[in-house]
Design a protein around this ligand. Structure first.
Ligand SMILES: [Zn+2]
Length: 255
C-alpha cells in the first residue's frame, strides 16, 4: 500500500471514533470530513477543533467522571442478553474495537439497546473513589430510537482473560480496515459476575462528546494478565479522556 493510500485510509478510520454515536460509526464507516483529534495533550482542545465538537467544551454532562459518593438506589437489574459472535476486530487509530453482529443487546429501564461494538481504554477513564484502574472496556448499545447506553467494565491486572484472549492475541498494530479474525467470541463471558453498578447520564468520551447517554459502570472489575495489558498499552499508552466535572448530575450507586 502506498504511503498516500495509507494516510487516506488512516484518515477514514480515524473518523470512526471510539464509542462514536450512530450505527455507521460502529461498523467503521467514515462519516466524512471529520477533523483529526488525538489524546496527546489535546483532549481539553477537542471542543475547538470543529463546530460539531463543541459539546466537548460546552457540555455539562460529560464523561468520564469520578464515581464517588453516589446516592444509594435500585434502578433495577441491567440485563445483558449477549450471544457468541464472529470475531471482527478493528484498530480505528484511537482504540481496538470489536464490532458486534446483530442479536446481542442490553435492557435498561425496559428499553432494549442493541450491542454495536465494544472497545478498550488504557488507563481507565472512570475513577472509583479517586482510584484509576489499568484499563476499561466500553460496550456501546443503541436503541431503536437512536439513544445510546454504554456499559463500562473496569479492568485490573491479574489472571489471563480467556474470554478476550482471541482479541489480545492478535492486536492489530496499525489503524486500518476491520479484520474478520476467524473464530467466535462470547461477550457475555467478558462481563463481571456480580451485578453492582454505578448509573448516571453522560456523554461519549471522544469527539463529538454527544450527551444523553445512559452509563452503567460495573463495580466489580475483571482481570487481564499483565502481558495482555502490556500488549494494548504498547499501542495505546494513553487513550483515556481526563475526568470531567459531575456538576448537578445524580450518580446512583446500585448494589
Ligand atoms: Zn470508550
Amino acid at each position: 500500500m502506498s504511503a498516500n493510500r495509507r494516510s487516506v485510509l488512516k484518515g477514514l478510520v480515524a473518523c470512526a471514533c471510539c464509542a462514536a454515536a450512530g450505527a455507521s460509526f460502529a461498523e467503521g464507516a467514515g462519516h466524512g470530513g471529520g477533523a483529526h483529534w488525538s489524546y496527546d495533550g489535546a483532549p481539553g482542545k477537542w471542543g475547538d477543533l470543529q463546530s460539531d465538537f463543541r459539546m466537548c467544551k460546552l457540555g455539562t454532562e460529560q464523561t468520564p467522571i469520578d464515581l464517588d459518593a453516589g446516592i444509594k438506589g435500585e434502578p433495577g437489574v441491567v440485563l445483558h442478553d449477549y450471544k457468541p459472535m464472529p470475531l471482527r476486530i478493528v484498530n480505528n487509530g484511537h482504540t481496538i474495537q470489536v464490532n458486534a453482529d446483530p442479536g446481542s443487546a442490553c435492557v435498561v429501564g425496559g428499553t432494549r439497546y442493541e450491542l454495536l461494538q465494544f472497545h478498550f481504554h488504557h488507563p481507565s477513564e472512570h475513577l472509583v473513589g479517586g482510584k484509576r484502574f489499568e484499563m476499561e472496556c466500553h460496550f456501546v448499545h443503541k436503541s431503536p430510537a437512536g439513544a445510546l447506553a454504554v456499559t463500562g467494565v473496569l479492568i485490573r491486572p491479574g489472571s489471563e482473560n480467556g474470554a478476550l484472549k482471541a482479541v489480545f492475541d492478535q492486536m492489530l498494530e496499525h489503524a486500518g480496515a476491520e479484520l474478520r479474525a476467524g473464530g467466535s467470541l462470547d461477550p457475555a463471558a467478558v462481563l463481571p459476575r456480580s451485578g453492582g453498578y454505578f448509573r448516571y447520564m453522560g456523554s461519549l468520551t471522544t469527539p463529538p462528546c454527544s450527551e444523553g447517554l445512559t452509563w452503567t459502570v460495573f463495580k466489580e472489575p475483571i482481570e487481564l494478565s499483565p502481558a495482555q495489558i502490556q500488549r494494548f498499552a504498547a499501542l495505546f499508552p494513553n487513550n483515556a479522556r481526563p475526568v470531567q466535572r459531575r456538576n448537578r448530575r445524580f450518580l446512583i450507586d446500585a448494589s
